[in-house]
Write a protein that binds this ligand. Structure first.
Ligand code: ZN
Length: 174
Protein backbone atom coordinates (compact mmCIF):
# COMPACT_ATOMS: atom_id res chain seq x y z
CA UNK A 1 0.00 0.00 0.00
CA UNK A 2 1.21 3.49 -0.79
CA UNK A 3 2.42 5.44 2.24
CA UNK A 4 0.03 8.18 3.13
CA UNK A 5 -0.02 11.04 5.55
CA UNK A 6 -1.55 10.05 8.88
CA UNK A 7 -4.32 12.49 9.77
CA UNK A 8 -3.91 14.43 13.01
CA UNK A 9 -7.60 13.96 13.80
CA UNK A 10 -10.30 11.65 12.47
CA UNK A 11 -14.03 12.01 12.39
CA UNK A 12 -14.89 8.50 13.59
CA UNK A 13 -18.34 8.22 12.00
CA UNK A 14 -17.18 9.34 8.57
CA UNK A 15 -13.96 7.37 8.77
CA UNK A 16 -15.85 4.18 9.59
CA UNK A 17 -18.47 4.77 6.93
CA UNK A 18 -15.80 5.17 4.28
CA UNK A 19 -13.74 2.33 5.76
CA UNK A 20 -10.69 4.53 5.68
CA UNK A 21 -7.32 2.86 5.86
CA UNK A 22 -4.02 4.54 6.46
CA UNK A 23 -0.51 3.18 6.21
CA UNK A 24 2.02 5.86 6.88
CA UNK A 25 4.54 7.53 9.08
CA UNK A 26 4.27 9.96 11.97
CA UNK A 27 7.48 11.89 12.66
CA UNK A 28 8.69 11.74 16.24
CA UNK A 29 8.87 15.55 16.28
CA UNK A 30 5.09 15.58 16.41
CA UNK A 31 5.04 13.60 19.67
CA UNK A 32 6.74 15.79 22.30
CA UNK A 33 5.52 13.77 25.31
CA UNK A 34 6.98 10.57 23.87
CA UNK A 35 10.26 12.37 23.22
CA UNK A 36 10.34 13.15 26.93
CA UNK A 37 10.72 9.45 27.84
CA UNK A 38 13.13 8.33 25.11
CA UNK A 39 16.54 9.47 23.93
CA UNK A 40 15.80 10.06 20.25
CA UNK A 41 15.10 13.58 19.07
CA UNK A 42 14.19 12.52 15.56
CA UNK A 43 12.65 9.37 14.22
CA UNK A 44 9.57 7.89 12.67
CA UNK A 45 6.65 5.82 13.84
CA UNK A 46 5.16 3.41 11.31
CA UNK A 47 1.40 3.70 11.72
CA UNK A 48 -1.42 1.60 10.31
CA UNK A 49 -5.00 2.61 10.96
CA UNK A 50 -8.15 0.86 9.82
CA UNK A 51 -11.59 2.34 10.41
CA UNK A 52 -14.84 0.40 10.20
CA UNK A 53 -18.16 -0.39 11.79
CA UNK A 54 -18.31 -3.73 13.57
CA UNK A 55 -21.28 -6.13 13.44
CA UNK A 56 -22.96 -4.17 16.22
CA UNK A 57 -22.53 -0.94 14.29
CA UNK A 58 -19.91 0.40 16.67
CA UNK A 59 -17.15 2.49 15.18
CA UNK A 60 -13.84 0.66 15.46
CA UNK A 61 -10.48 2.31 14.93
CA UNK A 62 -7.83 -0.37 14.95
CA UNK A 63 -4.27 -0.62 13.79
CA UNK A 64 -0.64 -1.06 14.64
CA UNK A 65 2.24 1.18 15.66
CA UNK A 66 5.86 0.21 15.36
CA UNK A 67 9.11 2.00 15.93
CA UNK A 68 12.51 1.59 17.53
CA UNK A 69 13.50 3.83 20.41
CA UNK A 70 16.39 4.11 22.84
CA UNK A 71 15.88 4.55 26.55
CA UNK A 72 18.29 4.51 29.49
CA UNK A 73 18.69 1.25 31.38
CA UNK A 74 17.81 1.95 35.01
CA UNK A 75 20.31 -0.63 36.23
CA UNK A 76 23.50 0.22 34.32
CA UNK A 77 22.60 3.64 32.86
CA UNK A 78 23.55 2.36 29.41
CA UNK A 79 21.55 2.70 26.23
CA UNK A 80 18.74 0.25 25.87
CA UNK A 81 17.11 -0.21 22.47
CA UNK A 82 13.44 -1.10 22.44
CA UNK A 83 11.35 -2.30 19.55
CA UNK A 84 7.87 -1.00 20.18
CA UNK A 85 5.14 -2.84 18.36
CA UNK A 86 1.64 -2.09 19.54
CA UNK A 87 -1.68 -3.27 18.20
CA UNK A 88 -4.66 -1.20 19.21
CA UNK A 89 -8.43 -1.37 18.95
CA UNK A 90 -10.38 1.71 19.94
CA UNK A 91 -13.99 2.66 19.88
CA UNK A 92 -15.12 6.20 20.56
CA UNK A 93 -17.36 6.86 23.53
CA UNK A 94 -19.82 9.69 23.79
CA UNK A 95 -20.96 9.23 20.19
CA UNK A 96 -23.63 6.49 20.16
CA UNK A 97 -21.94 4.25 22.65
CA UNK A 98 -21.35 4.69 26.35
CA UNK A 99 -18.24 3.11 27.76
CA UNK A 100 -20.35 0.41 29.46
CA UNK A 101 -21.62 -0.77 26.09
CA UNK A 102 -18.19 -1.45 24.65
CA UNK A 103 -16.96 -5.01 24.30
CA UNK A 104 -13.95 -5.63 26.53
CA UNK A 105 -11.65 -6.06 23.56
CA UNK A 106 -12.10 -2.39 22.70
CA UNK A 107 -10.32 0.45 24.41
CA UNK A 108 -12.36 3.57 24.69
CA UNK A 109 -11.23 6.82 23.18
CA UNK A 110 -12.76 10.17 24.01
CA UNK A 111 -13.75 12.63 21.33
CA UNK A 112 -12.50 16.18 21.26
CA UNK A 113 -14.77 19.23 21.21
CA UNK A 114 -15.25 18.82 17.44
CA UNK A 115 -16.41 15.24 17.82
CA UNK A 116 -13.14 13.95 16.41
CA UNK A 117 -10.49 11.53 17.57
CA UNK A 118 -7.10 13.09 18.23
CA UNK A 119 -5.07 10.47 16.38
CA UNK A 120 -1.64 11.81 17.29
CA UNK A 121 -2.55 11.89 20.97
CA UNK A 122 -3.82 8.31 20.74
CA UNK A 123 -0.58 7.21 19.07
CA UNK A 124 1.51 9.02 21.65
CA UNK A 125 -0.42 7.53 24.59
CA UNK A 126 -0.08 4.01 23.18
CA UNK A 127 3.67 4.34 22.70
CA UNK A 128 4.31 5.92 26.09
CA UNK A 129 2.46 3.02 27.71
CA UNK A 130 4.57 0.59 25.68
CA UNK A 131 7.79 1.92 27.21
CA UNK A 132 8.43 0.13 30.53
CA UNK A 133 8.23 2.39 33.57
CA UNK A 134 11.62 1.17 34.76
CA UNK A 135 13.40 -0.05 31.63
CA UNK A 136 16.32 -2.44 32.15
CA UNK A 137 18.39 -4.74 29.95
CA UNK A 138 17.87 -8.42 30.49
CA UNK A 139 20.43 -10.02 32.86
CA UNK A 140 22.68 -11.28 30.08
CA UNK A 141 23.12 -8.03 28.18
CA UNK A 142 23.20 -5.59 31.07
CA UNK A 143 26.63 -4.17 31.86
CA UNK A 144 25.64 -3.63 35.47
CA UNK A 145 27.88 -5.45 37.93
CA UNK A 146 26.93 -5.94 41.52
CA UNK A 147 29.13 -3.65 43.57
CA UNK A 148 29.06 -3.50 47.36
CA UNK A 149 27.90 0.12 47.30
CA UNK A 150 24.85 -0.62 45.19
CA UNK A 151 21.41 -1.42 46.40
CA UNK A 152 19.07 -4.08 45.10
CA UNK A 153 20.19 -7.50 46.26
CA UNK A 154 22.04 -6.08 49.23
CA UNK A 155 19.12 -3.95 50.27
CA UNK A 156 17.07 -7.01 51.15
CA UNK A 157 19.77 -8.10 53.60
CA UNK A 158 19.96 -4.64 55.13
CA UNK A 159 16.30 -4.82 55.98
CA UNK A 160 16.88 -7.87 58.15
CA UNK A 161 17.89 -6.97 61.69
CA UNK A 162 21.46 -7.82 62.51
CA UNK A 163 21.42 -10.59 65.18
CA UNK A 164 24.26 -8.87 67.08
CA UNK A 165 22.28 -5.66 67.24
CA UNK A 166 19.36 -7.56 68.73
CA UNK A 167 21.71 -9.08 71.29
CA UNK A 168 23.08 -5.67 72.16
CA UNK A 169 19.58 -4.33 72.51
CA UNK A 170 18.63 -7.18 74.85
CA UNK A 171 21.63 -6.50 77.04
CA UNK A 172 20.82 -2.83 77.19
CA UNK A 173 17.24 -3.54 78.16
CA UNK A 174 18.16 -5.93 80.95
ZN1 ZN B 1 21.66 -2.31 31.66
Amino acid sequence: MQKVKIPITLHPGKAAQHRLKYDGIVPLEKLPRLRGVIQEEVGEIAVKIHCKNDEQGLVVISGNLSTHVTVTCQRCNGDLGLDLDQDFVYSPVGLDAESDDLPESYDEVALDENGEIDVFELIEDELILAVPLVPTHNEASCSYTAEPASFGVLKAEDDKPNPFDILKQLKKDS
